[in-house]
Design a protein around this ligand. Structure first.
Ligand SMILES: Cc1ncc(COP(=O)(O)O)c(C=O)c1O
Length: 385
């Protein structure tokens, strides 16, 4: 730190030099991000609530009501009237809370000490962090030929130590939806906690269904589903950080509660203590601003872009890994190594993301990637071919 105060202008100049090194969503070159530029109105609201702290909700009763309203509205999208949950920093923290609830619940009611969680090979790496922090063993369920959980493989790995089963509604790499209805039944039959990670799909599947896409049910209408992660800072166009965790029962929050002596509330269930109210306020604003109609338009437009891109790739001769269910396309060149193709695209200024399972170039068609960017990208891919 400098000894003397520095003029605001000078500080801003310094910061903008750093900022220039960042990529800008608006350039349409960021191909692999599941976040995008937040809506300007959400950013405006976010700034107004920057000093609110939901870690001490007795001091911020209004903002606490906003968080409750947001959880209720997201719950309505996910077919539950009275959900319990929080707006947290993102999918990682939401998944961590779900797994912590499952572990504590299994410890309290079933006496499971060295627990295991079953996740698909396609699960986001946040579950590895959760298992590490919560001292749980990860057991992977295999995927079928369509890169979704193989239900038979899942059944085989259930054991007396299983504290949770996880399935994904919108996988990180391919945007696919696991057979959640079937898994919900299996979870119920075996009396096992079932968490659905819809961090990516939660803000698009309900809207795509509204405009006629035949997508499977993934939400609380399935009796076995205990919790769902859904991130406003991905397809919800809310500013970072905004993740959502919704539970079916209040008990799942209670089994995580610890005493919080010096605060205005007696207990706290969230991982984070001091917690931004701005995320809830901005999510509230953007959800009201778009409404179901607005989100449906966005989701359908992005799917149209997705199909345009997929068909363009196939016309050139690229191999598309699977029929997109959500707005992600993964592809390979029939002969060129994926890493070579990625390098060539990077040289042309595209910020490329490479999937691991299977290895492929992965493009997430977020709101910042417009049709003109896709046309440019297809032109470059044609030249490379
Ligand atoms: C399915 C899924 N779950 C969880 C996460 C983690 O979310 P975050 O990066 O907001 O912590 C991601 C991130 O892309 C994701 O795709």
């Amino acid at each position: 730190m400098d000894d003397k105060p520095i003029d605001k202008e000078e500080i801003l100049n310094e910061l903008s030099e750093f900022h220039k090194l960042d990529y800008d969503y608006a350039d349409g070159r960021i191909l692999g991000s599941m976040c995008t530029e937040a809506h300007p109105f959400a950013k405006e609201v976010y700034c107004k609530f920057l000093d609110t702290n939901l870690g001490d909700p007795g001091l911020f009763k209004g903002t606490q009501l906003i968080e409750n309203e947001v959880i209720k509205s997201i719950g309505e999208l996910l077919s539950i009237e009275n959900p319990y949950g929080h707006i947290v920093t993102g999918g990682t923290e939401a998944n961590l809370m779900a797994i912590r609830a499952a572990r504590n619940h299994a410890r309290k009611y079933k006496g499971i000490v060295n627990g295991e969680i079953i996740i698909p090979e396609s699960a986001h790496f946040s579950f590895k962090k959760a298992a590490d922090m919560l001292n749980l063993k990860i057991v992977e369920a295999a995927l079928d030929d369509n890169y979704k959980i193989d239900v038979e493989s899942l059944k085989e790995v259930i054991s007396d130590s299983t504290v949770a089963i996880v399935a994904i509604a919108g996988t990180t790499e391919l945007g696919l939806i696991d057979p959640i209805e079937e898994i919900s039944k299996i979870a119920l039959e075996n009396n096992i906690y079932f968490h659905v990670d819809a961090a990516f799909g939660g803000f698009s599947i309900p809207f795509l269904r509204r405009c006629g896409y035949d997508l499977p049910v993934f939400d609380f209408s399935l009796e076995g589903v205990c919790s769902i992660t859904v991130d406003p800072h991905k397809m919800g166009l809310a500013p970072i950080p905004a993740g959502g965790i919704l539970f079916r029962e209040e008990e799942y929050l209670q089994v995580m509660a610890v005493d919080s002596p010096y605060l205005t509330v007696k207990t706290q269930s969230t991982i984070v203590g001091t917690r931004l109210g701005a995320s809830s306020a901005a999510t509230y604003a953007v959800m009201k601003y778009f409404g179901k109609e607005g989100y449906t338009k966005i989701a359908c437009n992005l799917m149209a872009n997705t199909m345009f891109f997929k068909e363009g790739l196939e016309e050139i001769g690229y191999e598309v890994i699977c029929e997109p269910e959500l707005n992600i396309v993964a592809f390979n060149h029939p002969k060129m190594d994926t890493s070579v193709l990625a390098e060539k695209l990077e040289e042309l200024g595209w910020k490329v993301s490479v999937a691991k399972c299977p290895v492929a170039i992965r493009v997430v068609l977020m709101n910042h990637i417009k049709l003109n960017h896709l046309k440019e990208l297809l032109e470059d891919l044609k030249d490379i071919y």
